[in-house]
Every structure is written in C-alpha cells, then in structure tokens.
Design a protein around this ligand. Sequence first.
Ligand SMILES: [Zn+2]
Length: 114
Amino acid sequence: MSPASATLPAGEPPRRRSAHPQRTCVACRRTRDKQDLVRLARHGDDVVVDWDQTAPGRGSSICPDLDCVEQATARDAARLRASLRGGTVDQVLCALTEIHHHLESAQHSKEHNA
Ligand SMILES: [Zn+2]
C-alpha cells in the first residue's frame, strides 16, 4: 500500500516577476509603465520613433497623448536630445511630429468609425 503522501506537484518554481519597468514622460514628467509610453531612440545619427520599444541604445519616452506631444516644446526636445546623447533638436521635433500625426490619425479613424 502506498501511503497517500502529500507530495506537492513539482511545478515550475514561482517565477519572480520583476515590476514593470517604469519610465518618465519627458513632457508631463509622470512615471508610467514603459509599455504605456512611446519611446524615442537614437538610430545612428538619427532620432527615430521606436514604436515597438525594441531599438537598442539610449531612448527616451513620452506618453502617447496628444496633450503631451503638443506640450513637448523645443526645450523638452533639447532635454530629450540630451538624454539620447545625440541627434539634433530638429530630429527630435521631427520624431515628435511623427507621433503627433500617428495619434491624430488614430483619433480620426476612431471618430470616423464611430
Ligand atoms: Zn506625458
């Protein structure tokens, strides 16, 4: 007779989930989950919008909100540029404009489908 030993199922050890990485929006300075922000990244000498958050290297984040993108002034762009350690203010503003267009068209298509 085998004793009904209370052996625990040898499952996977509980994986310790690290807290969501947090980033600060350059415009409103709110700290949010990294995945809730849009990342700007250096790509060579260029500054690109890292929509997938997969670009290597230094990056900087901003809320995907029109408010924040519109709020980001040339001064914020300069600060962004500093945290990216490269690029130009124009390139940062260009990337911000790209985000702005994206958000606007997303908003428009939402209105359109409503
Ligand atoms: Zn923000």
